[in-house]
Design a protein around this ligand. Structure first.
Ligand SMILES: NC(=O)c1ccc[n+]([C@@H]2O[C@H](COP(=O)([O-])OP(=O)(O)OC[C@H]3O[C@@H](n4cnc5c(N)ncnc54)[C@H](O)[C@@H]3O)[C@@H](O)[C@H]2O)c1
Length: 414
């Protein structure tokens, strides 16, 4: 055992002991033990994750909590043995749940994150880690002191393309990186706004635990539109920055080992469909980082031609990563990553296409629940990517450039 791994081992063992003292019900899991999973929020994404975790060997789906009866019925059809609750605290009281997947709306993430760790369970928490900066601080502190395994639903952290990009950068093939351009674009038929979902006829006050959904937001009569379309409103959402920029900024942060941004600016507006939404559909973000790097992210909901991607621009080379872009020559639109040398500094280097295979992000979490190793998207990355996202939104809402210190001092308003 090298000095480092021995130190890591001792640290892990200490954390494990602390966790067992703090959570007497937490099981010590062996490599062959069945992991008993619970889920909080089993809507659109939650049902995808349910299928993913169901496919992992030696995992049992024990229970789920969702405020809406329709989602409980749907989940029960997918995993008939599950117990169902309309209040997540009942699920967390169960002694035979080892680990919990949270896929609830953004404004409830911090509550579900903190309650899950306080109950001594391991956690897979959908991105963005939290709705606000103070919540991100609280959740990171809780994760660090919990001894629990926390994976954030930033699944690109398990991608082969990210491993390729990191290797090219670490091998010096890209040289000094001063700028990263990134973008994400979608389109919808005329008159239909991106993300707008129809309200099912059974979405009534009788079938929904409305106060649990509101989670401290101002009390009001049942509003099915806000329950189903929470993404469109600031009190529940962070718009496309917390829906999609967060994935890409986390990818860029990991590729280049970036710390928190020093400042953010964001312009844009509701330009595509003026359908009553509050969050912008057209966005241009600038993030300043230490180490002389500026990162831009641009997004539109009225044109999907360029899909999404990142260009990492260095003195010795360029990394081009794209997904869903319509290729002019062959029409292909899958994911691809390529390296191109800068001929002025690397005249004899050839271009390279990345070929590393993806890892399954859910499998990585379950493996770590057994091994107690750090997963691919730990809370610390959830924190950094959440802070960058919230800095951008604060800049947009205040119509001014926001520094990290300013962002941390602003009290969030619902
Ligand atoms: N990683 C990814 O690629 C990815 C993709 C899509 C969505 N997401 C994330 O997943 C989360 C959910 O998004 P979605 O599209 O599934 O939303 P959704 O509205 O379809 O699902 C949310 C579910 O949570 C339930 N819910 C609401 N409040 C609750 C509460 N207090 N307790 C328990 N359940 C509650 C709702 O009834 C609903 O079934 C979001 O954070 C979103 O950003 C991640």
């Amino acid at each position: 055992m090298t000095h480092n791994t021995r130190r890591d081992f001792l640290k892990q063992a200490a954390l494990g002991t602390a966790a067992i003292l703090a959570y007497p019900h937490a099981r010590i899991l062996g490599a062959n033990d069945r992991i008993r999973v619970g889920m909080i929020g089993v809507g659109n994404r939650g049902q995808d994750l349910l299928e993913e975790v169901k496919a992992v060997p030696n995992v049992e789906l024990v229970a789920m909590a969702d405020v809406y009866s329709r989602r409980r019925d749907e989940a029960k059809k997918m995993a008939p043995g599950m117990q169902t609750f309309d209040d997540h605290r009942r699920l967390l009281d169960m002694k035979d749940v080892d680990a919990v997947i949270v896929a609830s709306p953004l404004h409830t993430h911090a509550r579900h994150f903190l309650d899950t760790l306080a109950a001594g369970k391991d956690l897979y928490a959908e991105k963005t880690m939290t709705w606000s900066i103070p919540e991100a601080e609280q959740c990171l502190a809780a994760a660090n002191s919990s001894g629990r395994i926390v994976q954030i639903g930033l699944q690109w952290q398990s991608s082969g393309a990210l491993a390729d990009a990191r290797k090219w950068i670490q091998d010096g093939m890209v040289g000094k990186v001063t700028q990263v351009e990134s973008w994400m674009s979608r389109n919808t038929p005329h008159g239909k706004g991106q993300w707008v979902r129809a309200i099912p006829s059974d979405c009534t006050a009788q079938n929904v635990n409305w106060s649990a959904f509101l989670n401290g937001r101002s009390d009001r009569p049942f509003d099915p539109y806000r329950l189903i379309n929470w993404r469109l409103f600031w009190e529940f959402s962070g718009g496309n920055v917390t829906e999609n920029m967060v994935h890409q900024i986390a990818w860029i942060m990991t590729a280049l080992d970036l710390p928190l941004p020093t400042a953010a600016y964001m312009s844009g507006g509701i330009f595509s469909e003026k359908d009553g939404r509050e969050v912008p559909d057209t966005i241009a973000v600038t993030l300043d980082f230490p180490k002389d790097i500026v990162v831009t992210w641009q997004s539109t909901f009225s044109n999907s031609h360029y899909g999404l991607g990142e260009h990492i621009l260095g003195s010795d080379g360029t990394i081009e990563h794209g997904w869903g872009e319509s290729d002019m020559e062959n029409g292909e639109s899958g994911e691809r990553i390529r390296y191109y040398p800068e001929k002025v500094n690397r005249p004899r280097t050839a271009s390279v296409t990345g070929k590393t295979a993806d890892h399954d992000h859910m499998v990585n979490w379950i493996d770590c629940v057994r091994s107690r190793k750090a997963p691919n998207a730990p809370a610390e990355l959830g924190y950094r990517s959440a802070i960058a996202s919230h800095m951008a939104n604060l800049a947009y809402r205040r119509k001014q450039r926001i520094t990290l210190e300013e962002a941390k001092s602003i009290k969030p308003v619902f």
